[in-house]
Design a protein around this ligand. Structure first.
Ligand SMILES: Cc1ncc(COP(=O)(O)O)c(C=O)c1O
Length: 467
């Protein structure tokens, strides 16, 4: 079935009405929340339309909401919870430490920080590490480091790449159909044009376009920031050729290569994904999984670059500060989680890959049975299988889905169905995912996948009833 010409107003209205009836406490809390919080929350992506479920407990593959629903949660802490919610291995370590008087902020340096840094250096290609509290800040610092190192101020990024809400990354994130803008636009007001004018947006997985962009801007490019698997842009793995060409071009033009591994770090193996490609970036950003459910991010990479933030080189880059950076309980959660993943790597990652494979196949077949062509990205190429799952509805079943420009363009994919209808419709079936994308956790079971599959079938039937 082609869904090109369908308007979803009536489906969305029906879903909104049913959600309001079945989630009355969450709805009331949302209404109350809008009086003190902008749009009732602090992270736009999580504020599902018309209101998000408000959560009271979370364990393994499930969350419980205010209305008493046990939901299969495929969002898993914004893709941070690779084992599932509140894994005992981490909660036990934290509660024992807190009972012993260690956990909240001290404002001191401690041994834990060294241990976590050593772990990261051992399991990734980083020679040195510095911690901060978010992937956004880590990206910002990495760009400052590369600018100071190269003496240049142009940043190259891919269309559809999300690197946090910081000045050098708020361009080419949202796709705009009108006027052929595509990923060429600035995504926020309030940014200095002196910065956004220096951000060049290239096309993911397009080596020729990369060569052209370097030919045009190469002498000004401080860094090329790219994810080994583009996250928000649609869970598309980079081809080996693309990342190898990125490495070659950045070396040739004296620019730095930054891998943003906030999504991919410790997702495919107990370490970085760059190693799987055999491509060594100059800097790598880590976040999400490494924090073990707590707010930790890091910039890792070449010692000579990170040392720009150090005393020996006059602290040329102000990559420091942050009252809560390298927070004790956060580092304890990180050490516990990362050590667990390293120790159980050969059990955890094959299981994640398998449950992801089964889930992607289940979603595709549920829609196919109802005559709707769905494709789930999140696997393939160098990265093989994974626990990631992004549902797309391409109009052309033969289309290559290797680039956010195809996935985000309503001319190619039914973006409204993937990003809006699906989340609301699945919530009514007891499944929580956000705007079409999700990450299964080690705690998920085949029974959870069955619920997802049946949920997708129900969403498909609902959509068809409104045609
Ligand atoms: C690839 C990527 N980079 C950076 C960020 C920003 O990280 P944080 O949300 O921790 O600031 C995200 C967040 O989802 C991300 O997916």
């Amino acid at each position: 079935m082609s869904t090109t010409a369908i308007g979803y107003e009536s489906v969305l209205a029906e879903i909104a009405e049913e959600l309001a009836n079945r989630f009355p406490k969450s709805r009331a809390l949302h209404e109350r929340g809008t009086a003190s919080l902008i749009d009732g929350g602090s992270h736009n992506v999580r504020l599902l339309h018309p209101f998000p479920p408000r959560i009271v407990a979370a364990s393994g593959g499930r969350v419980r909401d205010e209305d008493g629903h046990d939901l299969v949660d495929l969002w898993q802490g914004h893709m941070a919870n690779v084992l599932g919610h509140n894994p005992q291995v981490v909660t036990k370590a934290l509660s024992e430490a807190l009972a012993d008087g260690f956990g909240l902020q001290t404002g001191f340096a401690d041994a834990l920080q060294i241990e976590v840094a050593e772990l990261l250096c051992r399991r990734t290609q980083a020679e040195r590490v510095r911690f901060t509290t978010s992937g956004t800040l880590a990206n910002l610092y990495a760009i400052m480091l590369s600018s100071a190192h190269t003496g240049r101020d142009t940043v190259l990024k891919v269309g559809g790449g999300w690197h946090g809400a910081q000045p050098w990354s708020l361009k080419g994130v949202g796709f705009r159909s009108e006027g052929g803008v595509g990923f060429g636009g600035v995504d926020s007001e309030g940014l200095p044009s002196s910065v956004t004018d220096r951000v060049v947006v290239t096309r993911f997985n397009d080596p020729q376009r990369l060569r052209d962009d370097f030919e045009r801007h190469g002498d000004d490019i401080a860094c090329f920031v790219v994810e080994p698997l583009v996250g928000a842009g649609g869970f598309v793995p980079a081809s080996r050729e693309y990342l190898e060409e990125a490495r070659r071009l950045t070396r040739h033009y004296g620019s730095l290569l930054i891998f943003d591994e906030v999504v991919t770090g410790f997702r495919f193996r107990a370490g970085d994904a760059g190693s799987l490609y055999g491509v060594e970036p100059d800097l790598t950003i880590f976040g999400k999984v490494i924090g073990g459910g707590m707010p930790l991010a890091a910039v890792g990479g070449r010692a000579d670059i990170l040392e720009l933030a150090g005393r020996a080189r006059g602290t040329r880059v102000s990559f420091f500060g942050g009252t809560y950076s390298a927070h004790p309980a956060t580092l304890l959660a990180a050490r516990t989680m990362m050590s667990h993943l390293v120790e159980h790597e050969h059990e955890v990652y094959p299981r994640l890959a398998e449950i992801g494979r089964v889930a992607r196949a289940a979603v595709e077949s549920a829609f196919a049975d109802e005559g709707i062509h769905a494709v789930c990205t999140g696997s393939g190429g160098v990265l093989h299988e994974s626990s990631l799952l992004f549902v797309h509805f391409p109009h052309d079943p033969g289309a290559a889905l290797d680039d956010p420009e195809v996935l985000a363009d309503p001319a190619h994919c039914d973006v409204e169905l993937s990003r809006n209808v699906l989340s609301g419709g699945l919530l009514l079936e007891g499944v929580h995912l956000v705007h079409g994308h999700s990450a299964l956790a080690h705690a998920h079971t085949e029974a959870d996948v069955e619920i997802l599959k049946e949920g997708c079938a129900q969403v498909a039937r609902r959509v068809k009833r409104h045609q």
